[in-house]
Design a protein around this ligand. Sequence first.
Ligand SMILES: [Cu+2]
Length: 144
Amino acid sequence: MESSTCFNLTYALRGLSQTVFAAAIVVALAAGLGISMAPSAWAKTVEVKMTDTPPVFIPAKVTINKGDTIKWINNAQTLHTVTFDPAKAVDKSNVILPKGVAPFDSGFMMPGKDFSYTFTIPGQYKYFCIPHEKDGMIGYVTVK
Ligand SMILES: [Cu+2]
């Protein structure tokens, strides 16, 4: 009986290690082929803070990968916006969107509020804050 149990345990362990080994091969192959198995599993969230003195996005320039999210946080005492909509800009050149990206806007964010957006289309983005466009509160996002 004892030797039988021992054999079963060894067999089970061997089966387990084979499964792990096979999974490792699949992951290695996918990585080698540049296949993204589960983009959400690797996606990250980058925080951008909004301040009053001076009114700026910090950092003003962010480079992320497709599928990543930016979370803007209003750390200030006044209202700010995250506006990727040229129709809402006094100077239309303050917004740049890659082809295929629909304009979007956080709306007015109270102090302490945050707004998140997941970037799925690569390219260069430029955005601004509605109350502080004239003060140069402009941000840039590069999505690779
Ligand atoms: Cu602002």
